[in-house]
Design a protein around this ligand. Structure first.
Ligand SMILES: Cc1cc2nc3c(=O)[nH]c(=O)nc-3n(C[C@H](O)[C@H](O)[C@H](O)COP(=O)(O)OP(=O)(O)OC[C@H]3O[C@@H](n4cnc5c(N)ncnc54)[C@H](O)[C@@H]3O)c2cc1C
Length: 372
């Protein structure tokens, strides 16, 4: 009998767990292939810490090549740009094809800058993380002194926008010039977190001289600033978009059922609603009837279920269900070796020990993939 070909697209949080699961317990008669546009996967939970200077670049990356080698997976260092579902083949950027029996997508999301004029040309986006880091290095003249922008505007008041603003403040306090940093938000600060966490973060931002502009819905970005919905001009020589994101545009050409934001619709088994041979997990997937927040914690929890279901499909066994946790813990780094944790409707704590806690969780996750 031929080997069952499982092809994983993207080295996201769920897929690194799948690869590790197959390394720890190899599955007979399965051939694994990882298609990834990068050989190292950035771990976004550590991105603000890296920008703040608390982690090296290597510390926040998972070595996909090493991980693939541990489970004898082939690695194809290219971006997927399409799926020929009839012929069961993945289409790669160079036009070549990778055949599969079972396919799994864990490719994250891409910033949606379409509703803000000029954002594509003049603003930096948080993802892909590799190009964000390269552009930040360029803007600040390498990892060292802040020779760069005097006014930095972060658009978006969600956890990522707040963490990036605080991380930039921490990175730039080491230089002589203190840039103005502002957060423009149409819906207030971290609206999904509870009121205690919100007020702690508002106090920290004020203490660190980060101005919160709210309500302030940015409509246009220019090389020297941005204009909001009410016509207000905010001068900025660096604008960073930390707003909505959506599924990758090429997914629309696959004819897989997609949600309004372009994510692949999946059942509780993480199999696509329109095709049992295709699975999706993490930010690029939307659970039917139970849309989850786009957060790495869900991608991580889905990893072991996805690994089991890929195995089970290769053996012809029925899949198991993923049951999302009711509420997730959020920990936001404040860039200065402290952090704020929020849980549920009213729990929030802040301090150095909260950072140690986050650091322990993140380092344990990334460390779990290093070659031992
Ligand atoms: C600044 C910031 C801080 C955050 N902090 C946290 C946090 O503390 N906790 C938390 O839970 N969440 C956090 N998040 C959210 C978190 O980043 C995402 O929810 C998480 O990364 C989603 O994981 P994923 O596995 O779905 O995809 P990703 O981590 O985005 O991985 C997708 C991978 O697929 C690859 N890829 C993409 N397209 C293709 C293609 N076409 N072909 C091949 N490969 C491809 C990419 O290179 C990437 O490696 C943060 C986000 C940001 C921006």
């Amino acid at each position: 009998m031929d080997d069952h070909r499982i092809v994983l697209i993207g080295g996201g949080h769920s897929h690194v767990l799948v690869l590790r699961a197959f390394a720890e317990r190899p599955e007979p008669r399965v051939r694994l292939t990882l298609v990834s546009d990068r050989l190292e996967a950035p771990y976004s939970g550590m991105l603000p810490g890296h920008i703040a200077g608390l982690y090296t670049r290597a510390a926040m990356h998972i070595d996909l090549q090493g991980l693939a080698a541990r489970c004898a997976a082939d690695i194809v260092p290219q971006a997927a740009v399409g799926i020929d579902r009839t012929g069961r083949r993945v289409v790669l950027a160079d036009g070549s094809l990778v055949p599969y029996d079972t396919l799994s997508l864990n490719i994250g999301i891409t910033p949606d800058r379409s509703s803000v004029r000029g954002a594509d040309r003049y603003a930096l986006a948080l993802k892909p993380i590799g190009s964000l880091l390269a552009k930040l290095d360029e803007a600040f003249g390498g990892a060292g002194a802040p020779t760069g922008p005097g006014r930095i505007l972060v658009v978006g008041g969600g956890p990522a926008g707040v963490e990036i603003a605080l991380a930039l403040r921490a990175r730039l306090t080491r230089g002589a010039r203190q840039p103005w940093i502002g957060i423009a938000t149409g819906r207030g600060l971290v609206p999904r977190l509870n009121h205690r966490a919100r007020s702690k973060l508002a106090m920290i931002l004020a203490r660190k001289n980060i101005e919160v502009l709210s309500p302030c819905r940015i409509d246009e970005v220019h090389p020297d600033g941005a204009r909001d919905h009410d016509g207000r001009w905010i001068a900025a020589d660096l604008t960073i978009m930390a707003t909505a994101a959506r599924g990758q545009p090429w997914l629309a050409g696959t004819d897989l059922p997609l949600s309004a934001d372009g994510s692949v619709m999946v059942r509780s088994t993480l199999a696509c609603t329109g095709d049992d041979a295709v699975f999706a997990a993490g930010d690029c997937a939307e659970l039917m009837g139970e849309p989850l927040e786009k957060a790495g914690v869900y991608a991580v929890r889905q990893g072991p279920v996805l690994a089991q279901n890929l195995r089970r499909r290769s053996r012809g066994e029925p899949p198991i269900a993923y049951r999302p946790q009711g509420r997730a813990l959020s920990i936001l780094s404040t860039g200065d070796g402290r952090a704020v944790a929020a849980w549920g409707d009213g729990f929030a704590v802040e301090g150095r020990w909260v950072w140690w806690w986050k650091d322990w969780i993140d380092q344990r996750f990334v460390g779990g993939f290093s070659v031992r």
